[in-house]
Design a protein around this ligand. Structure first.
Ligand code: NCD
Length: 529
């Protein structure tokens, strides 16, 4: 395999790990492969084949699967590579072994591509990061890739690849515009969650969300779609969509159905399953109400008794789901060919996800402004020490009090001195923390403070005067602090899962932070233990 192989050793934990150009390259290759298959063109097929019996490919499925597991298995057979399946039920997972230890062994046996499906979210991101250390420790020459085959409710990036490929196939390969209805369980469905970022491939996106409230798309995903410029409309049922959805833009010509994921639901919702199913099941009598040429898709499986797309529609031109499922095999062959370095040498575009620009979040404020030059605690002015002002400005008094307690614990700012909530008419509600006698903070401490109390000001007081005044902005990343915690119990970093991982966060809104492993959105107060 020649020098320039840009996809070797890359992982796919979320759809954004492959940028738009990389995905369009993959689809162009998949089109060529599909044509070669249709024509029975052997040399056309061999162009993709890794054809190496020592090339190790491992499937690790810790949740059930038919299509994803079997299409990857069939893709591995196409490639004539070493194929292995991990037997989770009889493995040392049952002896509380960690993901890291389990996969380190499998990497040590010469395996290069892993496909992982798990109930826990963020597993592939964790493995991608930590297994590189194992490789270095043992000077292993082979690169390793991890492919997320569905992690809890989080993402299913290879399903997104085959979905996008199928949408493009039906849009005459144009990625200018898509109008897609997402119907069904948008709350639990990881395949629709991957669409939030995935559909950004199209230049203009209109999405109609059709789901009863209990199954609706989590608010932070809807917000993320709108932030990307998608036009988003929401409906509680197919009936409502068809009767009122013919406003601007009309009813979508492409519909993506999902099943209600009963296995992830609590008793309260389960009791209402009949009513919920009715809201998201297409009635064949409504066929005349969708635009001519409409296609339905479904990641499958369909429920054998209560399919959201009734079997009566199988033999109609609405049926896009069967071809979609078959495309899964094609797209996954191409993905393996790219990660295995068999193709990709001719790719000219940018590589990987778009890096986030660092931004200054610590601002020195001039001292000759209108703010106080002195701070007093009681009647005595502070001579030397530290005052944090504007902590959680605008929040409720109990929320500020709670966050002041977090601040003291995380930054180890235990006494002497006081802290309280001020409700001044001019400045509004805010927290204040006085620490007379505290030594001058170093830059490291100021950066850490920006992570814990963004928006606050730090006043360094020497000889009774404010010597330095610093405004803390909201950092783009918050990482490497052992007190960080992701609130999502299904996240691999959650303490209850025992994997001993410290989460990292990325700013996604003014004061919103998303976990780098499971993408769960938090307020900045919520990311601390
Ligand atoms: C889906 C999954 O597992 O996320 N199926 C698939 O991979 N094609 C959807 C589902 O289980 O409903």
């Amino acid at each position: 395999m020649s020098g320039h192989a840009p996809f070797v050793g890359r992982s796919l934990a979320v759809i954004e790990d492959m940028n738009h150009q990389e995905r369009l390259y993959l689809y162009q290759q998949a089109r060529r492969l599909k044509e070669a298959m249709a024509a029975g063109d052997q040399s056309g097929l061999d162009r993709f084949r890794i054809n190496d019996p020592d090339f190790g490919f491992y499937e690790v499925f810790l949740e059930d699967s038919t299509r994803t597991r079997e299409s990857f298995k069939n893709a591995a057979h196409f490639h004539r590579m070493k194929f292995s399946e991990f037997n989770a039920e009889s493995s040392s997972f049952n002896k509380s072994e960690s993901y890291l230890d389990t996969f380190s062994n499998l990497v040590g046996y010469g395996n290069r591509i892993f496909v992982v499906r798990s109930r826990l979210e963020g597993v592939c991101r964790h493995l991608e990061e930590r297994l590189q250390e194992y490789r270095r420790r043992h000077s292993l020459p082979w690169p390793v890739s991890f492919i997320n085959a569905g992690d809890g409710r989080h993402e299913h990036p290879t399903q997104e690849l085959l979905d996008e490929f199928t949408f493009l196939e039906d849009l005459n390969w144009s990625h200018e515009k898509i109008h897609l209805a997402l119907v069904g369980d948008l709350y639990h469905g990881r395949t629709v969650h991957s669409k939030v970022r995935g559909l950004g491939l199209f230049q203009e996106v209109q999405v109609d969300l059709v789901a009863p409230r209990e199954l609706s798309m989590p608010a932070h995903y809807v917000e993320e779609m709108r932030n990307q410029g998608f036009q988003v409309r929401e409906y509680g049922s197919i009936a409502e969509y068809l009767s009122s959805g013919s406003g601007v833009g009309g009813v979508a010509p492409q519909w993506y159905f999902t099943r209600p994921q009963l296995e992830r639901m609590g008793d309260r919702i389960l009791r209402r399953q009949g009513e919920l199913r009715a809201a998201i099941t297409f009635d064949p009598a409504d066929r005349g109400k969708v635009p001519p040429g409409t296609r339905f898709y479904h990641p499958l499986p369909r429920h054998r008794e209560y399919p959201t797309i009734p079997v009566a529609l199988d033999d109609t031109e609405l049926n896009g789901w069967e071809r979609q499922s078959a495309n899964g095999w094609i797209v996954r062959i191409v993905l393996l060919a790219m990660l295995g370095g068999r193709i990709g040498q001719d790719y000219q575009g940018p590589l990987g996800s778009v890096p986030v620009e660092e931004e200054q979040c610590i601002t020195e404020l001039p001292l000759d402004g209108s703010g106080p030059k002195r701070y007093s605690e009681g009647i005595r002015p502070i001579r030397d020490g530290l005052v944090l002002d504007h902590v959680c400005a605008g929040d409720s008094a109990p929320a500020i009090r709670e966050h002041l307690a977090t601040l003291i614990r995380v930054m180890e700012l235990h006494g002497p001195g006081g802290e309280w909530v001020s409700t001044g008419e001019k400045s509004g509600t805010k927290g204040l923390l006085f620490r007379p006698g505290h030594p001058v903070p170093d830059e490291m401490m100021i950066r850490k403070l920006a992570a814990v109390v963004p928006g606050a000001t730090v006043n360094v007081i020497r000889h009774g005067e404010v010597q330095r005044k610093i405004r803390l902005g909201f950092p783009l990343r918050i990482a490497e602090l052992p007190e960080l915690v992701c609130r999502n119990e299904a996240c691999i970093t959650h303490p209850a899962n025992g994997e001993q991982i410290i989460p990292r966060f990325r700013r996604t809104g003014t004061d919103q932070y998303s976990c780098a492993y499971c993408s769960r959105t938090h307020s900045f107060q919520d990311i601390w233990k």
